[in-house]
Design a protein around this ligand. Structure first.
Ligand code: HEM
Ligand code: HEM
Length: 134
């Protein structure tokens, strides 16, 4: 395995765990919209809610893993290749996202302001990551 392959793999691991963190919202959204119709099939809804619970329960771990791989990807790419401005923008947003999530988790009574910011940054991150790798 060479450093080019390692750097690339770490980059795609960020994308993977970012997506796993995002699925928290996607599953909750589908549940809000379609739970009534999904409940018509008991077996299906049981599987669906199991999957939703998995993504909600592990959300912080997926988000934290994405950030860990950002740091690893940064070190490999910077020392093996070069500094990337588009990568730095995406990484900065990802770190901010983690700080906001940690803040919201620790200050459960802090209102919803942080959550609106956290949701918005999740969307902006799609653009920032696309801008870096496409
Ligand atoms: C959220 C943050 C980031 C994500 C999701 C990410 C993801 C990726 C991915 C998937 C690739 C492989 C693209 C391909 O070859 O198809 C890549 C390449 C690269 N990344 Fe990142 N990266 C991030 C942050 C950074 C940072 C902070 C740096 C700063 C050194 C960086 C530097 C690079 C470089 C130099 C390459 C290879 C050449 C290029 O495509 O520009 N990345 N990144
Ligand atoms: C890649 C990084 C992350 C992304 C893309 C992301 C995305 C999201 C989104 C879209 C929501 C809204 C869900 C809803 O509307 O209910 C959310 C909720 C939340 N996030 Fe994150 N998040 C990330 C990282 C983190 C981290 C690192 C933490 C904590 C250490 C965290 C803590 C939370 C909490 C406490 C909530 C609200 C309750 C819940 O749904 O669990 N997030 N996140």
């Amino acid at each position: 395995m060479n450093l080019y392959f390692l750097g690339k793999t770490l980059g795609y691991l960020i994308v993977f765990f970012y997506t796993m963190a995002l699925l928290n919202y996607v599953f909750k959204w589908i549940n809000r919209r379609f739970s009534e119709s999904m409940k018509k099939s008991k077996g299906f809804y049981k599987n669906f809610s199991g999957a939703m619970r998995f993504f909600v329960k592990n959300h912080r771990i997926f988000g934290a893993l994405a950030i860990v791989f950002v740091v690893a990807h940064f070190f490999v790419q910077y020392f093996n290749l070069w500094f990337s401005n588009t990568g730095a923008i995406a990484a900065g947003l990802m770190v901010l996202q983690g700080i906001l999530g940690g803040y919201g988790y620790m200050h459960k009574s802090a209102g919803k302001g942080w959550l609106y910011a956290h949701r918005s940054i999740a969307l902006i991150l799609i653009l920032a990551i696309g801008n870096h790798i496409l």
